[in-house]
Ligand binder design. Structure first.
Ligand code: NAP
Ligand code: GLV
Length: 307
């Protein structure tokens, strides 16, 4: 039996899953069921101890790409396989988000907005795409799509990952030792890194200060990446010109947080790339079939690695 936890779109997901998996018995939270019969769960942000009741659980399919919250739980036994979404319609959205922030900065919409508030008619010097160096932190399913699209638009694009990568028209560098010099050569830094022990506060005061003066930062990966106090300090020193943030250490961002009112910060409420139910279910159904026939699945999480 497959059990579904997605309170906000329960009926829609139930319908799609049943259509894609006609031979499966599918139940939805909070329906009372024989928990021992459940072998597969599809879920996003389930409550504490949700998984404890499923003594025969084999596989969890997450309805998102980031699995940090799943890996922090203590109700998922080691033998249970966790499979996340890979792209499933998110790469295109993530690319649009990155492009929006990039254009806002490169075409000086932040400056014109502030000029408009003061009725100032003052053209700013033109900055071309070829003179705007973009660095993508994270070259996974989402980062690669962003990097290739921006490179295709004429931006000089660099990408950073843990392992060596080879992507056409993108300068690929990897490993911690390479990060410092990469940041020094970046005008717009876009992060789409997962939250892991290694990426926690990776952008601390030391690393952020390496970005050139008047650079921009866009974070759509996870909020744990940033030392938020260090970022505020740099913003207050007017070292960075523009910051677009979709993810935060604490979500929803508390009302008293200084980011809300900072003139150089633009905030979105964790919406950079939404899960598309049709694409998610198609991927889950394909993976269930792959598991049943002994073929490799897409998106199996490596718990040691943390993503
Ligand atoms: P992915 O395919 O697993 O890719 C992760 C990338 O990050 C890989 O290139 C990996 O390097 C790199 N990486 C991980 N740890 C690193 C480290 N310590 N140093 C350098 N590079 C490191 O993940 P994805 O599907 O692209 O998704 C990325 C993240 O986006 C998710 O984990 C989630 O947090 C976030 N997300 C946000 C939203 C939103 O709406 N804001 C939506 C979807 C996803 P290797 O290639 O060397 O393994
Ligand atoms: C959203 O943040 C996701 O990880 O899918």
């Amino acid at each position: 039996m497959l059990y579904l936890y997605s309170p906000e779109q329960q009926d829609h997901y139930h319908h799609l899953l049943q259509e894609a998996l006609p031979d499966w018995s599918i139940a939805c939270w909070p329906q009372e069921i024989n928990a021992e019969a459940v072998t597969h769960v599809v879920a996003w942000k389930p409550p504490v101890n949700f998984f404890s009741r499923f003594s025969n659980l084999q596989v969890i399919f997450t309805l998102g790409a980031g699995v940090d919250k799943f890996l922090q739980r203590d109700d998922i036994p080691e033998h249970v396989t966790i499979i996340r979404l890979t792209d499933a319609g998110m790469a295109q959205q993530m690319t649009e988000y990155a492009l929006y922030g990039l254009l806002h900065f490169q075409r000086k919409m932040d400056i014109y907005r502030s000029q408009q508030q003061n009725t100032v008619w003052q053209p700013q010097p033109t900055r071309l795409a070829k003179d705007t160096r973009v660095t993508i932190l994270g070259l996974g399913h989402l980062g690669v799509h962003v990097a290739q699209t921006l490179a295709g638009l004429g931006y000089p694009v660099s990408g950073w990952s843990r392992h060596p990568r080879n992507i056409e028209h993108v300068r690929c560098v990897h490993g911690c030792d390479a990060l410092g010099s990469l940041l020094q050569e970046t005008d717009v830094l876009f992060s789409i890194l997962p939250s892991t022990d290694e990426t926690q506060h990776l952008l601390d005061a030391k690393h952020l200060a390496l970005l050139p003066k008047d650079a921009a930062l866009i974070n759509a990966g996870r909020g744990t990446l940033l030392d938020e106090d260090a970022l505020l300090n740099l913003l207050n020193q007017q070292h960075l010109r523009f910051v677009l943030l979709d993810v935060f250490a604490s979500e929803p961002l508390p009302a008293a947080h200084p980011f809300w009112r900072h003139p150089a910060v633009m905030i979105t409420p964790h919406v950079a790339a939404d899960t598309i139910p049709e694409e998610a279910v198609a991927q889950i159904a394909a993976n269930i079939q792959a598991l049943a026939s002994g073929h490799p699945v897409q998106g199996q999480v490596d718990r040691q690695r943390g993503y």
